[in-house]
Design a protein around this ligand. Structure first.
Ligand SMILES: Cc1cc2nc3c(=O)[nH]c(=O)nc-3n(C[C@H](O)[C@H](O)[C@H](O)COP(=O)(O)OP(=O)(O)OC[C@H]3O[C@@H](n4cnc5c(N)ncnc54)[C@H](O)[C@@H]3O)c2cc1C
Length: 378
């Protein structure tokens, strides 16, 4: 189809980018499986909600989300409360599956949308667009491609010129996130409070918050600490987290990639979006939020410029600059959260003494809406 824009990847970034393309009155061809299991949830900060608002979906997502009213920081060692940050602007958690379904409902009803369940094998740039060969051996011709196919997808290798193995090796770290989703009825009332909880320990930190009728729990630690019975060592008696030591609880282990912004976001009429463009540790809870900002910016660029090369160039220029600061802050946050021994004790003491101001100042820049975004729900 003339002027059709392809999207690769059916994660949050790909579905948000497809929504953006259709909202900008362009035809969209989505590559990737139409059904994909999405577990757990994400917290979305004010900048994520601003992006959803630009995409016209903030109210829909909010209706499935859990508003959180405070961030509480505690010591994992003695359970002392170190800081409490009231959340004035919209900050809420949402199940990834719910977020994905809202995007799907929006795009699948559009006659500008079509999807192929195959993934991309090869791409070549030609004068009037992009030729794509799918893993189904099908040949597709499109005007442009938004590669939102994750940290180790096709997009990163195509833009960087690195092999898949080189990309994977450059992203490996020694850290792991152990995730579990537990029904609130199996937990104490402590877990039901509309609070985003951060527990800082010795080289380890825990985040938990409610999503609907469940609690989403993430424990981040070096791989070397995640050996058998790690729960018993971490969740001690007389801590509100004690019941998480139950060996019957199932945890899913996810290796955490090293943070990395793609140096280049665009090659001709191929651009990156989501984790493919910006790999960041989850310590600022910004990966999905930044993917939403990518989509909002893409929509605005495609609306502003009729020609795809100009639209993609404006998008890549704007987003690569904005994301760099966030990735850097996520990295520094991760290092501070990973402090152990004396450094860990000092960190906790400084947060305790600093009241909310330290954390508020740190997050204000991250949560500020991307200056390139404007517009409201339609
Ligand atoms: C422990 C943890 C906690 C997190 N918490 C938060 C949080 O609270 N808030 C927040 O904002 N973010 C959070 N994040 C980050 C967030 O989950 C990610 O940033 C986001 O899900 C990335 O979405 P994506 O679509 O870019 O990538 P992915 O979800 O990886 O999707 C990429 C898709 O592309 C597909 N693909 C791969 N190759 C190809 C190909 N050749 N052709 C077509 N498709 C292909 C893949 O199959 C996949 O479906 C967290 C991350 C972790 C690990």
């Amino acid at each position: 189809m003339d002027n059709e824009i392809a999207i690769s990847g059916t994660g949050i970034a790909g579905l948000a980018a497809a929504t953006a393309v259709i909202a900008a009155d362009r035809n969209c061809l989505l590559f990737g499986p139409s059904t994909q299991v999405m577990r757990g949830g994400v917290q979305l900060a004010p900048n994520g909600w601003a992006a959803l608002s630009v995409l016209g979906l903030a109210q829909d997502v909010l209706s499935r989300a859990t508003r959180l009213h405070e961030i509480t920081v505690r010591s994992l060692i003695n359970s002392a409360t170190l800081a409490r940050l009231p959340l004035k602007d919209v900050y809420a958690s949402v199940a990834q599956a719910d977020l994905a379904n809202i995007f799907k409902q929006k795009i699948e009803h559009s006659d500008r949308f079509r999807q192929t369940n195959t993934t991309i094998k090869q791409t070549s740039l030609i004068n009037d667009g992009v030729n794509i060969i799918g893993k189904d051996a099908g040949l597709y011709h499109v005007a442009g491609l938004v590669a939102a196919d994750g940290v180790a997808g096709f997009g990163r290798t195509f833009i960087s010129g690195q092999s898949e193995a080189e990309v994977k090796a450059s992203l490996t770290t020694d850290k792991v996130a152990l995730r579990s989703t537990i029904h609130l009825s199996d937990l104490t009332n402590f877990f039901s409070q509309a609070v985003s909880n951060l527990w800082l320990g010795d080289g380890v930190h825990i985040v938990h918050y409610p999503i609907g009728d469940s609690s989403n729990i993430v424990a981040t630690m070096p791989k070397t600490l995640a050996y058998s019975k790690w729960q018993e060592r971490l969740f001690q008696h007389n801590s509100p987290l004690q019941l998480l030591a139950d060996p019957a609880i199932e945890w899913t282990s996810t290796p955490l990639p090293r943070s990395s912004n793609s140096i280049c976001w665009r090659r001709g009429t191929v651009v990156l979006a989501g984790d493919a463009a910006h790999v960041m540790p989850p310590h600022l809870a910004q990966g999905a939020g930044q993917s939403l900002q990518d989509a909002a910016c893409l929509m605005q660029s495609l609306t502003q410029y009729a020609d795809i090369t100009s639209a993609f160039a404006a998008y890549a220029r704007h987003r690569s600059g904005a994301v760099a600061k966030i990735t850097q802050k996520a990295d520094i946050s991760g290092k501070i959260m990973a402090f152990s021994g004396l450094a860990g004790k000092l960190r906790n003491a400084v947060i305790d003494l600093g009241d909310n101001h330290l954390i508020e100042e740190w997050l204000a820049e991250v949560w500020a809406s991307d200056p390139g975004l404007h517009g409201q729900d339609n």
